[in-house]
Each structure stands twice: as C-alpha cells, then as structure tokens.
Design a protein around this ligand. Structure first.
Ligand SMILES: O[C@H]1[C@H](O)[C@@H](O)[C@H](O)[C@@H](O)[C@H]1O
Ligand SMILES: [Fe+2]
Ligand SMILES: [Fe+2]
Length: 306
C-alpha cells in the first residue's frame, strides 16, 4: 500500500541560502525519525498474536463488558456525550499527576493484563525506547491511555470509556469482537439508515468525518490536539489505537480517505507496543519517573485542561 507522508515539510524552506543548510539538516533528522517510528517492532508478531486478545476464552467480566458497550454505544448517545464534552470543564493538572490519578482504575475490558495502568503505560513506552523509537513516540506510549480518566469525570460507566471502538451510524462490522451476539440489543442495528454499509456517511469520506464510539481514544485526542506538540502521527496513534476492527481486521476501508492511510500506518506501528508489552516485567515506576518527566516537559505545558 502506498502511504503519503503527512504534509509537514515547508515548500518555501529553501528560499534563503542561509536557512538552506539548517533546513536540510532538519529534514535529514526528520527522515531518520520517519524511518525509525515506522520500522518493525522487535516483538515476534506471529507468535504474540495468538497469546493476546483471546476473547472466546475470556472471563465473564470481559464478556459482560462488551455486551453492555455494544448495546449502549448508539448514535444518540454519541451525539449527547460529545455535546456535553464541549460544554464541561473537568480538571486541570499536569501529565504525571494524570498518570497517578488513572492508576486506581481497573480496566474491565482487558483480558490480557492485571497490572496497574501506570505499569501498562510505562511498559508501552519502555518497549518503544528499547526498540529505538523516537522520543515523541515514547511519549505517545506513555500517555496513550490517559483518556481513561474520563471514567472519573462523570462517565456512565466503563462501557463509555474503555474497550475496542467501532463507528456508529453505519452497519456494525462482523469484524468487531462478539459482534454476532451483542449488537442485536443495540437499537441502531434495526435502524433503516444506520444498518446500511455507509449509513449516514459517504464512501471515502474519511475517518475525520466518522463518529467512532465514544471512549478514551477520542476523548484524549480532543484534549491533546491543541495542548501538545506531538506530531500528527502521534495524535493518530492515540485517536485510533482501540479501533481494532479497522487497524487489525481491515474493516471500514470503504470510509477511508488518503489521510487515513497514513493514520493506519501510524496506528499499526504503535499497536505491538501497546499489546505485546503486556507480558513484559513490571517496570519500576520510581526509577523511570525522572526520564519520562523530562520528556513530558518537552511536549506538554506544565498543566493541561482535561
Ligand atoms: O481492553 C482494551 C483496553 O481498554 C485498551 O485500553 C483499549 O485500547 C483496547 O482496545 C481494549 O481492547
Ligand atoms: Fe487504550
Ligand atoms: Fe493501552
């Protein structure tokens, strides 16, 4: 698949001779980073694939979670929760403080880890650091699940915060886990428009124009897009990391546009670190904290609006 780079290079950059060397050096550094964020992880993907996400054998906690999430993530709910999101001020705090606050949450949708959220975030970031991924990507690894804070900000339950995501307003793909048994209870599955392939969308409209089930991905993306200096690729990793039916199973291709191809490459580069690091040894939080606090300071203000 051909992937267009994100349009970050400035066409006028070579105009002045004095700036040219500087520009070339920056482009060289950027090209080296491009290659490293997108290079394959050192996890053995084939082997790991069978070790994680075994939903058929998952415990009742996970199965019940998805029964509820698939029943309640409707178009109506998604419109309501987005409009409330815009109207409310939730909290103001720094990134490390957010990491510590999140740590008390136990994710009911996850069949693969019993570790705390801090440890999952550090495992993800550390696996990236081990593979020589750029600092911005390590930071994405460190913060990618902070959207789960939503649970403490008046959410209706974990079903509105965690778990895999999927578009609402069009047909639920059979590539979504448990799709064959859970969506009958969702009123949208009986709706004349929402139950068609494109539903309220048009072919190739682009994921920016698709409403994806509300949860920690979209929430964190909305929080961070104007409050950090992470590149577009990093924001795409955050926004779509739970969209497994798309990034792992290849569903919903008919809604994608050119930009989404670059997002897909980014999310696929990110995913092994999120998933396969779950069996790594639990990291030592106190030892790692100074390294990550320094990185955080480079990409975020001291405090953010959450
Ligand atoms: O159970 C997990 C967990 O909630 C993750 O944070 C999310 O990104 C995954 O998609 C989900 O399957
Ligand atoms: Fe997540
Ligand atoms: Fe995660």
């Amino acid at each position: 698949m051909h992937v267009e780079p994100f349009p970050q290079r400035d066409a006028k950059a070579f105009d002045s001779a004095s700036d040219a060397i500087d520009t070339v050096n920056k482009l060289k550094a950027r090209a080296a980073e491009d290659a490293s964020w997108n290079s394959e992880s050192t996890f053995d993907a084939e082997k790991e694939k069978t070790a994680f996400r075994s939903y058929e054998n998952a415990c009742d906690r996970v199965k019940n979670f998805y029964r509820e999430q698939h029943e309640k993530q409707t178009v109506e709910f998604n419109l309501k929760v987005r409009s409330e999101f815009k109207k409310t001020k939730r909290a103001r705090m720094g990134v490390w403080e957010a990491i510590e606050l999140l740590n008390t949450l136990v994710d009911e949708s996850d069949p693969d880890t019993e570790l705390s959220q801090i440890q999952h975030l550090l495992q993800t970031a550390e696996a990236m650091r081990r593979d020589g991924k750029p600092e911005w990507m390590q930071v994405v690894g460190l913060v990618h699940d902070l959207g789960k804070l939503l649970f403490f900000f008046g959410s209706q339950g974990q079903w509105a915060v965690v778990g895999d995501t999927f578009p609402v307003g069009c047909k639920f793909s059979d590539k979504i886990i448990y799709a064959d048994t859970t969506f009958a209870a969702n009123p949208d599955s009986q709706d004349a428009v929402y139950s068609t392939d494109c539903g309220i969308y048009t072919p190739g409209c682009g994921l920016d124009n698709v409403m994806i089930s509300w949860g920690h991905d979209e929430y964190l993306y909305l929080v961070l897009r104007d409050q950090c200096t992470l590149p577009e690729e990093g924001l795409a990793m955050i926004r779509y990391h739970s969209f497994y039916p798309w990034h792992r199973e290849g569903a919903y291709e008919h809604l994608m546009n050119e930009k989404d191809k670059a997002s897909l490459a980014a999310v696929r580069a990110f995913n092994p670190y999120d998933l396969y690091s779950k069996s790594d040894a639990p990291p030592d939080v106190a030892t790692l904290r100074p390294y990550y606090e320094e990185l955080i300071a480079r990409y975020f203000p001291a405090e953010l609006d959450w």
